[in-house]
Structure formats: C-alpha cells, structure tokens
Write a protein that binds this ligand. Structure first.
Ligand SMILES: Nc1ncnc2c1ncn2[C@@H]1O[C@H](COP(=O)(O)OP(=O)(O)OP(=O)(O)O)[C@@H](O)[C@H]1O
Length: 577
C-alpha cells in the first residue's frame, strides 16, 4: 500500500514540476511519504495514511491530475486536504476527484486554471472549503451542494451568468472581479443581460429603454426634492430620526443592539462586513450561525487584555452562548489568518477548545468559541478566601498540570511543521469545561515573530516561539505551586521563585494550602524543578513540551504509587485491628 501511495504521489508531482527544488530532498523513490516526512505531506500520527497534500507556493506548473490520487484507494480513503494554491498550474483533471470522498478542503486558488469550473466538486459530500479564486476560469457557476460549504470563493476569474440561488448566502467578496457574473450578492442585477441576450432586443431598443429609465429617474428626483423641501423646517420626530438613521446604516447597525455593550459598536466591523463575513468551521452545534446573528445578539464584555477583548454573546434561536475574542491590530493578512484558522480546525484534542467560527477583515479579527461557564484556571487558583481555593488540592493541581502538558505536547507535535505555537498561554486561557476538565483556549492566536533575513534565523525564531510556550507553561506551574498571582508576563514570579530557591528557602515558595494538606514535599520540590527548567532565561536551555510532559507524568505516577502504598497500609492496619 505504501508503495502504491508513493508511486501515485511521484507520478502526480511529475506532472506538476520539473525537479522542483522545493520538494528536495524528500520526494524520491527511495523514501516513503509518511515515514520520511516528504515536504508538503502530512500523515495521520504514526500511521502511513496521507491526510494532507499542501504544496502552497511551491512554484509548481503543469497539470494538477487529481485522478492519480483519487484512483489510488489507500490515498483517496484518507486524504482530507488538497492545497496547491499560489502556484503557476494551468491544467487540471478533476474527473475522478469524487473518489476522494473524505476531502474537506480543495484550495487551488492563485493559479492559471482556465476552462469551465469542474462539476465533479459537487459530488464531494464532505467538502467545506472550496477556493477557486484568482484563476482564469470561465463559463457559469455549476450547481453544487452549497449548503455544506463553509467557504466558497470564485472571485477574480472570468465567470459569466447568474449566481445560483443557493450560492448567494456567501458574501460578495466570494464573487467579485468576474466581469460578467451577476445577481445577488453582487450589486449588478442580471436584467439587462437577460433582456438583451434571451429576448434578442436590438441595440437601438436597448438605448431607447435606457432613455426611458433616465427620464423616469429625473422625474422621480424632482418629486423627491419637492417632498424633501416641504418636509424641511417642520422638524423630525424621534421615530423619523431613527428611521432615517437606520436607512443609512446596514440592517445590523448598532441601533438594533440591546446588550450592555456590543461587538459592532465600532465602525470598522460594520464597514468591513461588506467585504467578508463569518466563516463557520466544522462544529455541528453551530451550523448556520451567521455574522448578523452575532452582531444582533446581546453581548457582554467579559475581559479586556493587551491584544483585544472577549465578549459573551447569547445567540437566538439556538440559545448557544459564545465567547467572541476580538483581536486588535494583529499584523496578519486575511488569507494567512484564514489559512491558520483552517489548519487549527483540523487539529483536535479533547483538552484544547476549538474555535467554532471566525471573521476577518483588515482592521480586526474575531474568533468565536463556545462559552465555558466554569471559569478559568486563573480563577480557580486565585479566588482566595472562598471554598474553591481550599478544595483545589495537590492531586487536582497535579492532574491539571499533566493534562495541560499532554495537550500542549500534542498541539506542538501536530503544528510544528506549520510553525503555530500557542503564543499567549496563561492561566486565564485555561478554561474549565462542563466536566471541570481543563481546556487550553485561544491556541494559535497572536503569534508574532520578527522579520528575519536568513532562513536559519527564521527557523530559530519559530523554535524560540515554541519554547516561549514552555516558559508560559512554567509560569502556570509556578502559579499552581505557589498560589501567587503573575504580573509582568510571569517575569516577577519566575525571578522571585528562583531567588528564594537560590537562598535555599524552598519551602517558603509553596502555597500554604498545599503544605497544610500534607502534600509530599519531595514531589512539590520535583515539580518546582520542572517549573524552573521551563522558565530558564535562555530559550535553548528550556525543555520541549514533550520532555516537560514526561517529567510531570513521572511525578504523578510516583504520587499515585505513594497514595496506593499509604492506602494499602491503612487497609492493612485496619485488617490487623
Ligand atoms: N470561551 C470562553 N468561555 C468563558 N470565558 C472565556 C472564554 N474565553 C475567554 N474567556 C475569559 O475572558 C476573559 C478575557 O480573556 P482574554 O484571553 O482576552 O484575556 P487576557 O488573556 O487577559 O487578554 P489577552 O489574551 O488579550 O492578553 C478571561 O477571564 C478569560 O478566562
């Protein structure tokens, strides 16, 4: 099977490149795509099943022959993504693409494809993202099962005709820059085309109609002007004022918002709404959620941080409550942001909160999560004086540390290749789900990196960003161990702990509640050592998250053994009696 997959991929790529240097040295017949990690190929973890072919911006040309892939059973059964965007590909064979039944993403935008749009896409029942933009496709848009698609983009082509009814739920940005495409959501109606083409009106007749329309418009303007002049000076009622206000604004204007505060209160969201809208990801619970639903729903500001704000939004009629993170001033292009959100949507872990939808414009980005009503780890650790902090015992803290380190290890391994670390890990971003299990939230948002000139420097940059997550995790460990609050991104807590430990007052650092409940001092110290390794000033000296996870798991096993042993001795003494 692996040989078949290899042969199919090699034939596939041979039609797209002439010994392309971006594929070297991995794509060759003496290696295997999964085992030898061919560039652009992602496989299921530790399995020989290819799930993604991502060859974006590889400088490919020639023909995209999907039949080579989709007629190879062991490939077609596992493949989720084909992304060959941003290349110079001009030919395509999509005839058998329907055999790739699992495909969720087909991204062939920014190429040189010509001819009509392939009908075969309509047979892909799992397809969510179809991006055909920035090509030279012509002809009309075929009838696809648009209800399933989260994103559909055919902008910047040479398409003609009316946009199918079911496709007009997408924003106009999905269709713009096709000179002969018409109908909603585009502003140009199809009438003149229908008149001139279908019924065969002559040029003269068309001119005559245009003349009538102009005369009609002139008469209408005179009447309107007269009405306006008459009305002027009489003053307006509140109702009239509101009417005229809402006339100039889109229907989702802030006039309609009833909440304590609202997400749409700045002009930027409203203005940019015209060009792009909410993309609902693969969560079945929120299928059909629209951007307008979010803007119309009552919203409550629940936090304002360095990078933006979080709103709690209750949407009718489903009654789902969302947390909408509004990120300000993130210097990421809309297409990179979309790509990142799509990628993150494919990496699922039960202790990482998935985004359910997102919105992107030049000025700002919104990311929608399900609201978690049980609060955050921050609250759990720092709600001093109440019962909860008393009950947050050593075993629970150990369990949280182990769960988070395992989840973060998983995410790092899955996203190493895509260079997406968490980027903003802290105890307020660890939320407790309905089963009171800790979940990492906001993964992959807000990662900034310096512009580097050399490739090596860029690689180091990303390594250091992953190690920044290790640092942030170390700070969370310190919060768990000391019960102290973090200021200044953890620098204060880390240097305080290191100073105290250096003076050999180690026990002083621990949360009194932990000492009080009789947590093993040896294991507290072991855990403190892990935390200190994580917050090392030099990022190269910090352990990777997988090393951290195994150290914590060893401490946890030891702790469980000791409980077993003490449990056993209690039982024995009970029997003795
Ligand atoms: N899905 C969610 N459900 C419930 N509460 C959430 C959710 N997401 C975030 N919050 C809470 O909203 C508040 C603000 O979150 P946010 O992450 O923006 O704050 P921050 O981390 O202080 O700021 P920043 O991320 O901008 O540095 C926090 O208390 C966080 O726990």
């Amino acid at each position: 099977d692996e040989d078949q997959v290899k042969d199919a991929l090699l034939e596939f790529i041979s039609k797209l490149s002439n010994n392309n240097s971006n594929l070297n040295p991995t794509w060759n017949s003496s290696s295997y795509p999964c085992k030898d990690k061919w560039r652009g190929i992602t496989c299921e973890k530790d399995q020989p099943f290819v799930v993604e072919i991502v060859l974006e911006g590889f400088g490919l040309s020639g023909t995209l022959d999907t039949s080579l892939i989709c007629n190879t059973l062991s490939l077609s059964a596992s493949l989720l993504i084909i992304d060959v965007s941003d290349n110079f590909i001009s030919g395509g064979n999509f005839e058998d693409i329907a055999n790739c039944t699992q495909l969720t993403h087909v991204l062939i935008n920014q190429n040189q494809f010509t001819g009509s749009l392939p009908n075969s896409f309509s047979q892909l029942k799992n397809l969510k993202f179809l991006d055909l933009s920035h090509n030279q496709f012509s002809g009309s848009i075929p009838i696809l099962d648009f209800s399933n698609l989260s994103e559909f983009d055919v902008s910047y082509n040479n398409l003609t005709g009316t946009i199918p009814d079911k496709a007009n739920r997408f924003e106009s940005s999905s269709f713009i820059h096709n000179p002969h495409l018409c109908g909603p959501p585009l502003p140009n109606t199809c009438t003149s085309k229908v008149l001139s083409e279908k019924d065969g009106y002559s040029k003269d007749q068309m001119l005559m109609f245009a003349g009538y329309i102009l005369i009609g418009l002139a008469v209408l303007s005179i009447i309107l002007l007269w009405i306006y002049k008459r009305g002027k000076g009489k003053g307006k009622t509140n109702e009239e004022k509101l009417d005229s206000d809402s006339f100039t604004k889109p229907s989702f204007s802030s006039v309609e918002l009833k909440g304590k505060t609202d997400i749409s209160s700045t002009a930027s969201v409203e203005n940019s709404m015209v060009s792009s809208s909410l993309v609902v990801l693969t969560s079945p619970e929120v299928n059909g959620l629209r951007f307008e639903d979010l803007l119309k729903a009552p919203a409550e500001l629940i936090g304002r941080g360095k990078h933006g704000s979080v709103y709690k939004v209750a949407c009718e009629p489903q009654g789902t409550v969302f947390a909408v993170k509004r990120i300000k001033d993130w210097m990421i292009s809309t297409s990179d942001f979309k790509k990142r959100m799509r990628r993150l949507d494919l990496v699922k872990h039960s202790n990482v909160l998935p985004a359910v939808a997102f919105y992107s414009s030049r000025q700002e980005k919104l990311v929608v999560y399900e609201y978690q009503q049980n609060g955050s780890l921050f609250k759990l650790i720092h709600s001093h004086g109440n019962q909860t902090s008393q009950r947050f015992d050593w075993r629970s803290r150990l369990s949280v540390a182990a769960t988070i380190s395992n989840a973060l290890t998983f995410m790092h391994e899955e996203l190493q290749h895509d260079k997406i670390p968490h980027g903003n890990l802290k105890s307020s971003n660890i939320l407790l789900n309905k089963n009171m299990e800790p979940c990492i939230s906001e993964y992959g948002l807000l990662v900034e990196h310096n512009d580097s000139n050399t490739l090596q420097a860029a690689e180091d940059d990303y390594d250091s960003l992953f190690k920044a997550d290790t640092y942030a995790f170390g700070v969370i460990l310190l919060e768990l161990l000391t019960g102290r609050m973090v200021l200044n991104e953890g620098l204060d807590l880390a240097s305080w702990v290191v100073a105290v430990v250096r003076e050999e007052w180690t026990v002083e650092v621990f949360d009194r509640n932990l000492i009080g409940e009789g947590a093993s001092e040896e294991r507290l110290v072991n855990m403190l050592q892990v935390a200190i390794k994580c917050v090392n000033k030099s990022w190269e000296a910090r352990p990777s998250m997988s090393q951290v996870a195994s150290m914590i798991s060893a401490i946890r096993e030891e702790d469980e053994r000791s409980v077993d042993v003490s449990g056993l001795s209690v039982t024995n003494s009970f029997i003795d009696v």
